[in-house]
Ligand binder design. Structure first.
Ligand SMILES: [Zn+2]
Length: 277
């Protein structure tokens, strides 16, 4: 991948929003209860150089939202609107959906139909606001990812799929990289890869496996890495170590690169500087 063809993503939404407020609630609530911080964070990512920003819609599915007094539709549409307002044509906006907080049968009680309906509701609500991309991320169960992709595929938008892996190179549900690629190969997936779970050094070998098993464009959005003790005793992460840890991803032909939990606009700015100077 030539450097000019690499696309810079944003960093964490959830942990970065929590850093902006004392009122640490489920982050989708901020779309309605504190939209200023949602707008501010997305603007900071665009200013840092992110070419695609995620809307704050990751966990806004009916299972999480029910009982809150809000509808999925209002939470998700507000999230996409705020991201579009922040991007203001300077970056693309991706609707974000994460896994449902329940396990599919036979490990849990969630049926395939209930799962599809929940994703269809969340994704359709977001698509109505005109995002550029649908991003499905932090999935641990490839079966649930397939259902989400099917719900996303009703809309004529690029679909980005990211699974999250443990140190042994499998998801919590035991899916290998090879399984993930194989299970998604007949579905309309635009790009595939890894997000969250591991810092860059441990995530790169997983990315390398993706390159081995697929020709699709690759996504890489690792966690910030291990926290270090800051000089004032506060928890900090080592931005330099993160950026250097990400560099081998370029040798794996990565197309889309950014950060996940613990990363913030400073990480994205540093990544931009390191890649493009
Ligand atoms: Zn994360």
């Amino acid at each position: 991948m030539k450097k000019e063809d690499i696309v810079l993503l944003d960093g964490a939404v959830g942990t970065s929003l929590w850093a902006k407020t004392e009122n640490k609630v489920a982050v989708w609530r901020y779309n309605i209860e504190n939209p200023e911080i949602v707008l501010e964070l997305a603007r900071e990512y665009v200013d840092a150089g992110a070419q695609i920003v995620l809307a704050n819609t990751f966990g806004a599915n009916r299972i999480a939202v029910q009982g809150s007094g809000y509808t999925v539709q209002e939470v998700v549409s507000s999230g996409v609107r705020l991201a579009k307002q922040a991007a203001d044509g300077r970056a693309k906006v991706a609707l974000s959906a994460g896994p449902l907080p329940l396990l599919l049968e036979p490990y849990g009680d969630l049926t395939e139909e209930e799962c599809y309906e929940a994703f269809d509701e969340q994704i359709s609500a977001g698509v109505a606001e005109g995002p550029d991309i649908i991003t499905l991320q932090t999935f641990m169960d490839i079966e649930m990812m397939k259902i989400a992709v099917k719900a996303a595929s009703r809309h004529n938008l690029p679909i980005f799929c990211m699974m999250t892996f443990t140190e042994v190179g499998k998801t919590m549900m035991g899916n290998s990289v090879e399984d993930c690629v194989e299970e998604l190969k007949d579905l309309p997936v635009t790009a595939i890869g890894i997000n969250c779970s591991l810092g860059p050094e441990k995530a790169v070998p997983v990315l390398r496996q993706f390159r081995q098993y697929t020709d699709l464009p690759l996504l890489f959005k690792p966690n910030a890495g291990m926290p270090i003790q800051g000089s004032a005793g506060a928890t900090e992460y080592d931005i330099e170590a993160f950026v250097e840890g990400c560099m081998p991803a370029l040798d794996c032909d990565v197309k889309y690169i950014g950060g996940c939990c613990g990363s913030n606009p400073d990480y994205i700015r540093a990544l931009k500087k390191r890649i493009w100077g």
